[in-house]
Design a protein around this ligand. Sequence first.
Ligand SMILES: Cc1cc2nc3c(=O)[nH]c(=O)nc-3n(C[C@H](O)[C@H](O)[C@H](O)COP(=O)(O)OP(=O)(O)OC[C@H]3O[C@@H](n4cnc5c(N)ncnc54)[C@H](O)[C@@H]3O)c2cc1C
Length: 480
Amino acid sequence: MSATLAALIRELEPDWSIKIIERLDDVAQESSGPWNNAGTGHAALCELNYTPEKDGVIDISKALTINEQFQVSREFWASLVRDGKLPQQPDFINPVPHMTFVRGAENVEFLRRRYELLKDQPLFRTMEFSDDPAKIFEWTPALVVGRDKDEKIAMTRVEQGTDVDFGALTRELIQDAIDRGAVVRLGTEVVDLRRRPDGVWQVATKVRSGAERGRKNVTHARFVFVGAGGGALPLLQKSGIPEVKGYGGFPISGVFMRTDNPAVVAQHQAKVYAMPPVGAPPMSTPHLDTRVVEGKKSLLFGPYAGFNTKYLKHGSLLDFFRSLKLGNLGTYLTAGLANLDLVVYLVKEVFASKQQRFKQLLDFYPEAEIDDWRLITAGQRVQVMKKGPDGKGVLQMGTEVITGADGTISGLMGASPGASVAVPVMVDLLRRCFPEKLGEWEPRIAELVPSYGNPANASVERATEVQNSTAGPLGITPIP
Ligand SMILES: Cc1cc2nc3c(=O)[nH]c(=O)nc-3n(C[C@H](O)[C@H](O)[C@H](O)COP(=O)(O)OP(=O)(O)OC[C@H]3O[C@@H](n4cnc5c(N)ncnc54)[C@H](O)[C@@H]3O)c2cc1C
């Protein structure tokens, strides 16, 4: 998120000075690291949680928004490639078909109805549906071989899906920011944020590693973006802005199963999402993914969600307790009580053995061999908890930008669809924090992200134009 914001500011205000402060010894070691997230270019082509069903009606509005937002991200990346600011043959994004797989007659009907609604939407027009095991075998043999022939199964497929290595993208964006004058301080933690009476922010830092370990410093800034991922809530609380009062953070840990065995990897070339197990939160929807990281293919399965009290993978078990304040205690209590089932589910999941976890993979891939797979720790998610309209705490699954009233500080909390929609989220943030600059910036924003404010889903012609304008520069599958 911070790398994206830096890249946008570089395009809009090349003379502004930018300083990026990172507590770890390298960038992209938390959620944006390639093995800390699933690398799905979220466009709602396969994720069922973006098309919820209520009272028999499937709502596709969120799916449309997320796909349009992903097109905006693609446009920005493609424009940086065209201008030589990202590598000419980008390695961070790769074509990987997106599929949804369901089992059981009721779920097959649900998927069929979902397909009927989506296929007429311009951005989803290449979606295919099948409940024929022979066709599904053609698309993903590993899901069919060894499966009971009487089991009802169905699948949708969109060939133009993507896998994104957000770690590589972050490093490339940061390198470009450095090349264009930004300063990056690694191994340095922001420990406090104070606003001076003249409106300038004092950003207090402490060096965590190397020869200068323990050294304290203060940076002065007219604008601060708290792009600290799971660490954003505590920093926003320290800033003292009233807008963060009442917010809390619900940490969800996770593990994936991963295999790099070339023989196994060769059997599956897709990202396949399914329905979450009963009682599981939407972010633990299981999926079996082809990953492409540093040019090598692997398979990833999961995530298996769990609970611990850290806000960052490399954080402290005290993070959750330190975020409890008088102003948000009510939110924690009421949201906690309303989601007690979820807490129990997550705590139970933490203690599941590798064999128990492997059973979920067998539901997908009946002939998988346990010895080919190893468990890896995923990034930490911190879901937003905030006061709902009735004053009671609610758990929110998306991302949320919190901005101070005068627009001099802004921070981002929450997860999914996260990294995939970083560009529109950061453009929104700039518009909100610098309204006086908008007139000046609009023409450049329109060049960088033509579909921002001019939705790609408006017509088939528009969708084709937007999708195919980015496919070439990014090296991904165009639409026929
Ligand atoms: C299990 C999992 C699966 C996911 N799958 C996907 C997916 O498939 N597709 C997708 O688009 N998104 C996915 N996401 C979401 C995505 O990873 C995140 O939305 C995105 O990476 C967040 O980026 P960020 O820059 O906000 O946070 P991060 O990448 O976490 O970066 C925050 C940085 O701030 C640093 N920091 C924290 N506190 C301080 C401090 N006090 N001082 C200095 N530095 C600090 C951290 O060290 C870190 O480097 C997934 C997330 C998880 C956890």
